[in-house]
Design a protein around this ligand. Structure first.
Ligand code: NAG
Ligand code: NAG
Ligand code: NAG
Ligand code: NAG
Ligand code: NAG
Length: 431
């Protein structure tokens, strides 16, 4: 009996020692599992590195770390990311974006028509009643599902990872909004399998963001507020973290608030300026798309500078130069009520959990729109605490997903684990 134990013990010791010496003498193993953040507006891929414990987010197209979640169908094939955006003004009907909003969803006729108004492309229900996109390829209409759009994006990211690793990538970890139901998670998985990869796990985006800050390793931490303000949605989650275990305690959000709404305010303002300057409204689809892209760029620049000069010419208005100076102050004034709305879901999750701002140990910001100086200012004032901004808010989710990929890929020195406890909290919707 005892000799069995000794033999077993020796075997275990040998394995441990082999692992120990391997860690010291062998080159670090290459990541085998990559993390993918399939976002509503941007998507990226990252990997966890053994030994250093660093995560790198790969540059995928033209030095960009993230690619727009945009897929275009053209006579010459399918374009993804920046390549799809570049041709979008000439091909608005076949350029699909926001697909994540529709993944795993059935829409009633009325909801479909309401939503249709916001998009240049055509929405249709497929034979199962699931929302799909109707694109016209070479003169023939074809239904493209949101998971197929997701698969095109995943494939693009997968190719970038394979190029970087010089090895095939067959396993990924993905993230999903905490509020996604089982159906939406299943269809997210399907996007992965359509792209030819095995999705090992789907973790919630707020959990991923908290992991990007290493909060799964902190022992003296309890409550983490995750504020995710992206292109089209605001999600606020209150997580309880203990010994690597994450429990979502409350969620609140606004599905109609995000960067695109802030753009829209500036867009409406500029349309008025244009109309009064040219005595004619701007209605041409391609010109409107040109203005839309310029508005996005101006908004991004206003994060770092106090004013920006827009210079454009519209072919439908005779191609004369249109110039307009936009200040950060103007941008903040146009959006004052929307920015204030960011605080409402924060109030709601605190109310729901019967906590005050003092009970929150850490504030994690996610999503490009949390870079807006006025948003940070409002949150800081309301919480009486500075949000943690050391991780790029647009890379927080992919960084955390990559850490989880490292854990599942068994990459040392990751001795910690991170587990998400199932929780059944309902998201409080505010509008
Ligand atoms: C890992 O990240 C740290 C801090 O960002 C950096 O100093 C270090 O050089 C990185 N190590 C590797 C191997 O990339
Ligand atoms: C459209 O037709 C062209 C030429 O016939 C072909 O090369 C192309 O692959 C087709 N596009 C799609 C998306 O099927
Ligand atoms: C892989 O990606 C990292 C991070 O972007 C980069 O530093 C490295 O040079 C890339 N390696 C290859 C072989 O492309
Ligand atoms: C999701 O997928 C699992 C496993 O394939 C299946 O058991 C479950 O019924 C699916 N749920 C929905 C809502 O489709
Ligand atoms: C942000 O998080 C890091 C890592 O947990 C921590 O070292 C730093 O003090 C935090 N900063 C703020 C402002 O909370």
């Amino acid at each position: 009996m005892s000799s069995t134990f000794i033999v077993l013990g020796t075997a275990v010791l040998a394995v441990l020692l082999a692992g120990y010496f391997a860690q010291i003498y062998l080159p670090p193993p290459k990541p085998r599992v990559v993390g993918i953040d399939l976002g509503t507006t941007y998507s990226c891929v990252g990997m966890y590195h053994a030994v250093s414990g660093n995560v790198t987010v790969l540059t995928t197209q033209d030095d960009h770390k993230c690619i727009p979640s945009v897929v275009a169908f053209t006579g010459n094939g399918i374009l993804v990311g920046y390549k799809a955006v570049a041709q979008s003004e000439h091909n608005p009907y076949n350029t699909l974006y926001d697909a994540k909003r529709f993944i795993g969803k059935k829409f009633g006729e009325k909801e479909l028509q309401e939503t249709q108004k916001q998009y240049p492309f055509k929405l249709k229900a497929d034979s199962d009643g699931m929302v799909s996109f109707a694109v016209v390829i070479n003169g023939t209409e074809r239904l493209v599902s949101p998971q197929e759009v997701g698969a095109c994006i995943i494939l693009e990211l997968r190719k970038a990872a394979e190029k970087n690793l010089s090895a095939p990538v067959t396993k990924i970890v993905m993230s999903a909004p905490a509020e996604f139901d089982e159906m939406q998670r299943n269809f997210t998985m399907k996007a992965g399998s359509l792209a030819g990869v095995d999705v090992l796990r789907i973790i919630n985006e707020p959990t991923a963001a908290a992991m990007a800050y290493g909060l799964h390793k902190k022992s003296n931490l309890h409550n983490v507020l995750v504020i995710d303000l992206g292109g089209g949605t605001l999600d606020v989650s209150l997580l309880n973290v203990q010994g690597g275990m994450f429990l979502t305690q409350a969620m609140a959000g606004n599905n109609y608030l995000g960067g695109q709404d802030f753009n829209q305010r500036l867009m409406q303002y500029l349309l008025k300026v244009i109309e009064s300057r040219y005595h004619k409204p701007l209605t041409d689809k391609e010109d409107l798309q040109l203005l839309r892209l310029a508005v996005e760029e101006t908004k991004l620049r206003l994060t770092y500078q106090h004013k920006d000069v827009m210079s454009l010419s519209f072919h439908s208005l005779g191609n004369t130069l249109f110039q307009e100076t936009v200040t950060r102050q103007l941008f903040e004034d146009l959006n004052a009520d929307l920015f204030n709305k960011v605080l409402i879901p924060i109030e709601k999750v605190l109310e729901r959990t019967e906590m005050t701002h003092e009970d929150v140990d850490e504030i994690v910001l996610v999503g490009g729109s949390t870079r807006i100086p006025r948003v940070i200012e409002l949150v800081t004032k309301f919480m009486n605490k500075k949000p943690n901004t050391s991780v790029d808010p647009e890379l927080a989710v992919v960084t955390g997903v990559s850490v989880q990929a490292g854990i599942l890929g068994g990459m040392w020195p990751l001795t910690v684990s991170a587990v998400e406890l199932p929780s059944r909290v309902d998201k409080i919707h505010v509008h």
